[in-house]
Design a protein. Structure first.
Length: 206
C-alpha cells in the first residue's frame, strides 16, 4: 500500500501495459494505491513449456502485459475498472479520477484477464470486502497490470557459498537474479551476498 502516492507507468516497451505504485516521502497526494498480488501456479503456463522451456513463466508474463496493452487506449493509457464492477462482473461506463498521469480507459478486466488470475483476484477482493467495510467500492479502481512483483526466472547459486553453480566468482543477487521481491528482501539478500563475497575474497587472499 502506498498512501498519498501515485500509480506510475512501468512498461519497458510499447507493446505492454504495466503499472506500479509509489509514494513520495510526504505521502500527501489525494490518492492511495496498493498492488494486489495473486499466486501463479506452474500449471497456469504449462501450455507454454514446450515452446518456451525454462522461459515459459517469462512468456506468460509477457503475454499478460501485451493483453493489457491491447485492452488499453493509446500510448501509456492503462485499462481500468471500478473495483465493484470487477468483482461483480459489470462494465464500468465511467471511471473516477486517478493518480495515473497517462490516463485510464474503461475496460472489462474481469473478462480478458486469464481466468486463473482474474478468479483469484476477484475472490481475494471479495474476501477483503467482507473483512473491511467499503473495500469493494465504486470509488476504487483496478488498474492493469502490476505484473512485475517478482522475477519468473532464477539464476542458480550454491546455497552455502551463494556463488553461481558454474561460474566462479559470480554472486547472483537481488530481484533480477530471482532472490528478492521487494525493497526489504532485496536489501537483506544484498547484505548476505556482501558477506559471502567478503568470505570468498578473504579465502582467496584478494
Ligand atoms: C515504481 C516502483 C515502486 C515500487 N514499490 C515498492 C514498494 O512499495 N515496496 C517494495 O518492497 N518494493 C517496491 N518496488 C520494488 C523494489 O524497488 C525492488 O524490488 C528493489 O529495488 C530491487 O532491488 P535490487 O537491488 O534487486 O534491484 P535494483 O534496485 O533494480 O538495482 C539494480 C541496479 O543494477 C544497476 N544495473 C543494471 N544493469 C547494470 C549493468 N549492466 N552494470 C551496472 N549496473 C547495472 C541498475 O542501474 C540498478 O541500480 C517498487 C519498484 C518500482 C519500480
Amino acid at each position: 500500500m502506498c498512501p498519498g502516492g501515485f500509480i506510475v507507468p512501468a512498461m519497458t516497451d510499447g507493446t505492454q501495459s504495466v503499472v506500479n505504485g509509489m509514494s513520495p516521502s510526504g505521502r500527501n497526494s489525494a490518492f492511495a494505491n496498493s498492488g494486489l498480488v495473486t499466486e501463479v501456479r506452474l500449471e497456469d503456463f504449462a501450455h507454454l513449456r514446450e515452446e518456451w522451456g525454462e522461459l515459459a513463466g517469462l512468456r506468460y508474463q509477457q503475454l499478460f502485459e501485451e493483453l493489457a496493452r491491447q485492452h488499453s487506449g493509446d500510448k501509456q493509457v492503462a485499462p481500468a475498472q471500478r473495483v465493484s464492477d470487477f468483482v461483480y462482473g459489470r462494465e464500468s461506463r465511467t471511471l473516477p479520477r486517478t493518480s495515473y498521469i497517462p490516463g485510464i480507459t474503461p475496460s472489462r478486466l474481469d473478462r480478458w484477464m486469464p481466468e486463473e488470475i482474474g478468479a483469484r483476484l476477484r475472490s481475494g477482493i471479495a474476501t477483503f470486502g467482507k473483512k473491511m467495510k467499503g473495500f469493494v467500492a465504486d470509488e476504487a479502481i483496478v488498474v492493469g497490470v502490476e505484473s512485475r512483483t517478482s522475477t519468473p526466472v532464477r539464476i542458480p547459486r550454491d546455497p552455502d557459498t551463494l556463488m553461481h553453480t558454474q561460474v566462479e566468482g559470480l554472486f547472483p543477487a537481488g530481484e533480477g537474479a530471482g532472490y528478492a521481491g521487494g525493497i526489504v528482501s532485496a536489501a537483506l539478500d544484498g547484505e548476505r551476498i556482501a558477506e559471502a563475497v567478503a568470505r570468498y575474497c578473504k579465502a582467496h587472499n584478494f
